[in-house]
Design a protein around this ligand. Structure first.
Ligand code: ZN
Length: 675
């Protein structure tokens, strides 16, 4: 190709790249987020009358017992990348009890985000300390006879290391004698390596690690099969591409944000399998409550009788939690969850102090009992009312509109939907019992989004006509009642989504949909809803990210994952149509584990089973488990590895290469707001 052709091609490519990004309109911020409209300003103002903002007890509790605070709390990884940045949230500053907030943020969310900004090392009571604001979750430190007992070592190696060092500096250097994982979510165990980094080998050998039964299975399996889609969806839920400012991300409701550092995992040395289990940990008596399939599939709470202190893990928090989480997960059992909280109310009725895996503590027996009752009744109310309504024929959308907490529950800030919401939790109850189908035949076999969208546009007189009418409705919405304005934005989101799916390059349709999403985001009381809408707006203007989440951060967890799970995750990557008519058997021999597995491809289905070393196959791959992890995370390319020294192949290399060519390699950056 001649150079001028190359130049022309380059120009063409760069022009078409520009086509994907939208011109920002006047008054937008650097990411294109538009100003709040008059009706959004009114809607956010109206929130001031709905919540008891003059009650500032939470602020007093969140600041109580502060020992020390690192004003410039920034954590970096080995390469100097910032993975935790508290000062970036300094703009979130709730100015007292009048509820004032920027007009582009729901005042109730602004209040919650301000509470979650309060960070440092806190004394909860004699012998109980908490590090808050060092990561999404809290790390609690309990003083034993000879050392420290750590509860929940955060998400990342780097943040855990930073938090522990800060605590040791102010509380004194003592050996770490035990670590407790309250549950199987990564923000409560992923930082364990950062704790180990501060321990001698002798200390490590004696270290007790205590977790609920089923912890390892759940910690390693929850994300491996569906992890790629969950990761992409989580980037919406947590607003990963958003700037931290008044028109962007302000927090997650549960805390500030997840820390994307190095994740790690160390197996427990002992597990708690039933409620009533008591343990003496370094001279401190513990009473456990086993609460599986509540907020997490493996979870436990505990009581410290000598301190009269109850740790509710994440079964309780200072927000309504998720029965369904927007990143995508199996729905949770509202009834069971509520019943565990009821059980805790009786079991630990003497509690004078409550603390959890997120947010700030509560002091006083009555306050704790009230908190437990309100949280427990909230989940049960949503459960019972959703079931009542679907038994009366209501659909999920109708139920979400209908269920409102009774006033007696709705006045408490900790019952508000800063993380979960009544609306999406009510739909989760429907899903748990009845699934996705509403029984309406029109919903049984609809056309996929793009096909339906094209027909909608055609019948509605073409996309230009639709956008013009949508623009008129959008302009009109600014000056109507709050209720009507919100309904118009929700309707326009649906309408313009059809326009964009039918005509993904139509800039006016994309631009107007982005503006609608801005307004819905600014009005949301839930942090994930805000982040979801604003990320949608951001990607309509700037496109989807170039890369998905780097699997390398998961290496520490994958190394502890049972090999069975890898084969399950391999099976769900098999491209069925591509593998049509192929029959191949591959034996994988793990030279380090002394185990071998036979993978069988037949009928476009991939199965695996453990076999004897002598089993026959078309090809045999001899390798170590860490090398397999490197291949999975992309650290080692399969083709280079096949011809390298770290691995050996017996039998047909061609069969092996063709086998691997049938596996999809999803990049994890698929489109969401456009087809
Ligand atoms: Zn958590």
């Amino acid at each position: 190709m001649r150079p001028n052709y190359l130049f022309a091609l380059f120009l063409l490519l760069s022009l078409s790249a520009c086509d994907n990004t939208l011109q920002h309109e006047a008054g937008s911020d650097a990411n294109g987020h538009t100003a709040p409209t008059a009706v959004t300003i009114k809607a956010n103002q109206a929130v001031l009358d709905k919540r008891p903002f003059s009650n500032i007890d939470d602020f007093e509790d969140a600041k109580k017992g502060l020992i020390a605070q690192d004003k410039s709390l920034i954590t970096t990884d080995n390469d100097g990348n910032i993975i935790w940045d508290m000062p970036s949230y300094d703009f979130v500053d709730f100015k007292g009890n009048d509820g004032a907030a920027p007009s582009s943020v729901n005042p109730s969310l602004w209040r919650q985000a301000s509470l979650n900004n309060i960070h440092g090392l806190f004394k909860v009571s004699e012998g109980i300390y908490q590090l808050r604001g060092y990561d999404l979750a809290n790390m609690t430190i309990i003083e034993g006879d000879s050392g420290w007992i750590l509860v929940d070592p955060l998400t990342a190696k780097e943040t855990a290391d930073k938090a522990l060092n800060f605590a040791q500096k102010h509380l004194g250097e003592k050996p770490i004698v035990a670590v407790i994982y309250t549950h199987s979510h990564i923000d409560h165990f992923g930082g364990i390596e950062g704790i180990l980094a501060n321990m001698s080998e002798a200390e490590h050998k004696k270290l007790r690690i205590i977790a609920p039964k089923g912890f390892m299975q759940e910690a390693t399996s929850e994300n491996i099969i569906a992890g790629i889609a969950m990761g992409r969806r989580a980037s919406y839920m947590y607003g990963r591409s958003l700037s931290r400012n008044e028109r962007g991300h302000v927090g997650t409701g549960l805390g500030k944000s997840p820390a994307f550092g190095r994740f790690s995992l160390l197996s427990p040395t002992e597990t708690v399998a039933e409620t009533g289990t008591t343990l003496n940990i370094d001279g401190v008596p513990f009473e456990f409550q086993y609460v599986p399939d509540s907020e997490a599939p493996a979870e436990m709470t505990f009581y410290l009788p000598e301190h009269k202190a109850f740790c509710g893990a994440e079964m309780l928090s200072r927000t309504m939690h998720n029965l369904y989480t927007l990143r995508g997960a199996k729905v949770r059992d509202a009834n069971l969850w509520s019943s565990y909280i009821e059980e805790a109310k009786t079991l630990f009725a003497d509690s004078e102090i409550y603390f959890g895996s997120h947010h700030w503590p509560i002091w006083g027996k009555n306050n704790i009992q009230t908190f437990l009752t309100q949280q427990s009744d909230t989940y049960k109310y949503i459960h019972d009312q959703s079931v009542r309504l679907f038994n009366n024929g209501y659909t999920p959308n109708e139920i979400a509109e209908e269920v409102v907490l009774p006033q007696s529950l709705n006045t408490a800030f900790h019952n508000q939907g800063y993380y979960g919401t009544v609306k999406h939790n009510a739909k989760a109850v429907y899903q748990a019992y009845l699934g996705w189908y509403t029984a309406n035949p029109a919903k049984l076999d609809p056309l996929p989004e793009t096909q339906a969208a094209k027909r909608y546009m055609e019948m509605m007189g073409g996309v230009e006509n639709v956008v013009e009418k949508a623009q008129t409705a959008f302009d009109k919405a600014a000056n109507v009642s709050v209720e009507e304005g919100i309904q118009t934005y929700r309707w326009l989101a649906e309408l313009l989504n059809h326009a964009v799916f039918a005509h993904p390059n139509n800039a006016p349709a994309k631009g107007l949909l982005a503006k609608v999403y801005d307004q819905l985001g600014y009005q949301a009381e839930s942090a994930p809803w805000r982040d979801v809408y604003l990320t949608g707006a951001y990607e309509l203007r700037s496109g989807a990210p170039e890369n998905g989440i780097d699997m390398a951060i998961m290496e520490g967890v994958l190394l502890k994952t049972p090999v069975d799970n890898f084969f399950d995750s391999m099976a769900v990557r098999l491209n069925g149509p591509k593998a049509e008519g192929k029959k191949i058997t591959i034996k994988i021999v793990f030279t380090d584990l002394n185990e071998s597995y036979l993978l069988t491809l037949n009928n476009s289905v991939l199965r695996h089973k453990k076999v004897a070393m002598t089993a026959q196959a078309n090809a045999t791959l001899n390798l170590t488990q860490p090398l397999l992890v490197d291949i999975i995370t992309g650290k080692a390319g399969i083709k280079d590895t096949l011809f390298g020294d770290d691995l050996s192949v017996d039998g047909s290399k061609l069969d092996l290469i063709s086998f691997f060519s049938f596996l999809d390699k999803p990049k994890g950056n698929f489109n969401i707001v456009s087809p």
